[in-house]
Design a binder for this molecule. Sequence first.
Ligand code: ADP
Ligand code: MG
Length: 356
Amino acid sequence: MTDSFSNKRDVNELGEFGLIDHLTKEFTTNNPSTILGIGDDAAVIDQGDHLTVISTDMLVEGIHFDMMYTPLKHLGYKSVVVNLSDIYAMNAVPEQITYSLAISNRFSVDALEELYAGIFEACKMYNIDLVGGDTTSSPKGMTISVTAVGKTTKEKIAYRGGAKPGDILCVTGNLGAAYLGLQMLEREKQIYLSNPGIQPDFENQDYVIGRMLKPEAGKAAIEYFDKVNMKPTSMIDISDGLASDLFHICKQSGVGAYVEEGKVPMHPDTETLALKFNLDPITCALNGGEDYELLFTIAEKDLEKVKFMPGVFLIGEIIQASDGIKLHTTGGNIHDIKAQGWNHFDADEDKAAKQN
Ligand code: ADP
Ligand code: MG
């Protein structure tokens, strides 16, 4: 038997992005059709007259979703949407998905039908085709892996690395709601676990919970860019939080940025709930993940076009790298923005076991 565990180095030392870099640094591309491999929301493949973009995401029970409060239909829908979000983030149109599933015998046919009802609804909503996948048994829980394929052109494709000083920083919708939705669900779960007789109190929290359980992807934004014949200079989807995803844009573009606190959009329910949980609303908007809005930059010449974009907010500006990544607070102060994001390895069972 091979022993992959002696002499082991902890993956937490590297973090998610450090680990990916570490494992893939020796890989170069061998095919000229591979325009872009690892490092953006999706890989980019040259097809001659157009580009194919491909993205994969995995969702693991206990890490990305909790069966205690995640309806399977919503899970099916969300698992597709989070992948489409990465395709839209390249300014591409998703067309196909494959769907792979590892399941323990805890899941009945009826339960899986529910999951697939959600997948079906997402395919219909976003006009995409389920074209394959894989199904296997698992000793424990459910793991989902979705691959999405989309189409765009060399003229339209938007990378993380194209932002320039003077560009305007924009976001397609309000932030922090999904994070507060998760806090609500977690709180009610704990109350239920300590006293199963108590019914959950979700009154007036439909909005934030909906943003957590059933997010939508940036289809409308991509359609708008096409309609007004413009493209962002850079783009990313906000899966890990505004701060973390802005860092990716700044790092890959070799620029800095500032965000104006007063311009960061938040739903009133997000603000109210943040205060109820003793959290600073702007911290939730900057670091809460899973909103799946698009964060993008535009050249100043396109400002008139973006001003009329439905639901869009102009939240800051791109500056020189040496000027850093800053928050201009409503009180007139300037703070560094730190990329906290999510580190899924923190929730790793192994680590939890070590701590216990
Ligand atoms: P996103 O948050 O947009 O889904 P990720 O942060 O998951 O993107 O991934 C960043 C980049 O690293 C992507 O290009 C992705 O394809 C790549 N990547 C992630 N995990 C691996 C892996 N295990 N092996 C190779 N590439 C990976
Ligand atoms: Mg992404």
